[in-house]
Design a protein around this ligand. Sequence first.
Ligand code: 5AD
Ligand code: SF4
Length: 439
Amino acid sequence: MKKLFIRTYGCQMNVYDSTRIADVLAPLGYRPTDDAGDADMILLNTCHIREKAAEKLFSDLGRLRSLKAAREGMILAVAGCVAQAEGAEILRRAPYVDLVVGPQTYHRLPEMVAKLARGAGSLIDTEFPVEPKFDFLPDSATRSGVSAFLSVQEGCDKFCTFCVVPYTRGAEFSRPRDAILAEARRLIENGARELTLLGQNVNAYHGAPGGLGRLMRDLAALPGLLRLRYTTSHPLDMDDDLIAAHGDVPALMPFLHLPVQSGSDRVLDAMNRRHGVDDYRRIVDKLRDARPDIALSSDFIVGFPGESDADFAATLDLVREIGFAQAYSFKYSPRPGTPASSLNDQVPDDVKSERLQILQALIEDGHRAFNRDCLGRVMPVLFERSGRYPGQLVGRSPYLQGVHASAPARAIGTIMPVRITRIDTNSMAGEIETAEVTA
Ligand code: 5AD
Ligand code: SF4
């Protein structure tokens, strides 16, 4: 048996890819380990979305170099979006790396490992192959967590002017419905009770008639499945059927990550988001009509080229108006090869930092207020695992809040009503209620 250590950076899609990379290497005898020092293969699954990713990778590689030197035959591999964008540069600067593989070619890893074993030098594969990798990935046999990711769509054709994804992940691709249903059934057999459907632009799913709304209804009908989520969505693709599904598919959780990026029409236009602030408001209104208890999360970029104080103030206004349960915010980071990176009116870093701080404080206020409102409520909690103390389990509310409660181990994988009795910084605590669930 050989040992495989995978370090995953970035988004949930990478987390999913890492599990599939482990699946693809399992027939070669690789079993996962948490100890890099003990590994026969170390694979870094990288992210290129924001600055310093490449520099971080090179410093990580520098550290791993001595580990590799100390362990005869160890394979060092780089996968993911930095591999895709900077493959040749990686081999130039870190020639001790054995394998470089992009997000669309990791199904070829066994072939590459075999070539290495036959004495080939470092290998790189960052093609965008015509064959979808999904057709070549073995079924996962490993036991799944209660909550599992399932990739249904990849790539992006939107070309927001700040974003590298269309270049690193390639064109939009949707997996066929039957393949998704088969993988969902397998995950459920392996213990999953909640599925989060993943895609860079997941609601642009077109792998079957009816799009994501219809797919959601099909998945909700699978026996054993208790909860469904999906991420990440683009406002333009929030079609009426998907919005309606939020009202009539009970398994679909009332928590949606819907990035808006900015509250200024001028900035949205320069970002090529192809919708205005009012369009976003209308979508949120429709979602709230369909599912009144829905909570929203979002992404924001501050300091996009040309963003004025007034543009930034409009973003703050939108955050106050919508009332996000949570949101992520980032300083604009010029990505090589993207249109916005060559715009002239780049915003100075100190201005970006100041805006980020202000926005994050406002978002944090909203987040705390949302959590505070949960105090005293009874929420359905899907228990995922044992907690730190004996007799304690940890689960999640519909809004992905971590909830601790005393419950028997057999409650793992089930939903129980929990009255929230305490709010901490990163989680909540509660007591199992026998009364009706109200949230
Ligand atoms: N600079 C800053 N943030 C970015 N994002 C994507 N590209 C950039 C960039 N160049 C953010 C967006 C996106 C999230 C995943 O990362 O907000 O929604
Ligand atoms: Fe990037 Fe999302 Fe825009 Fe696609 S829709 S280009 S993934 S930000």
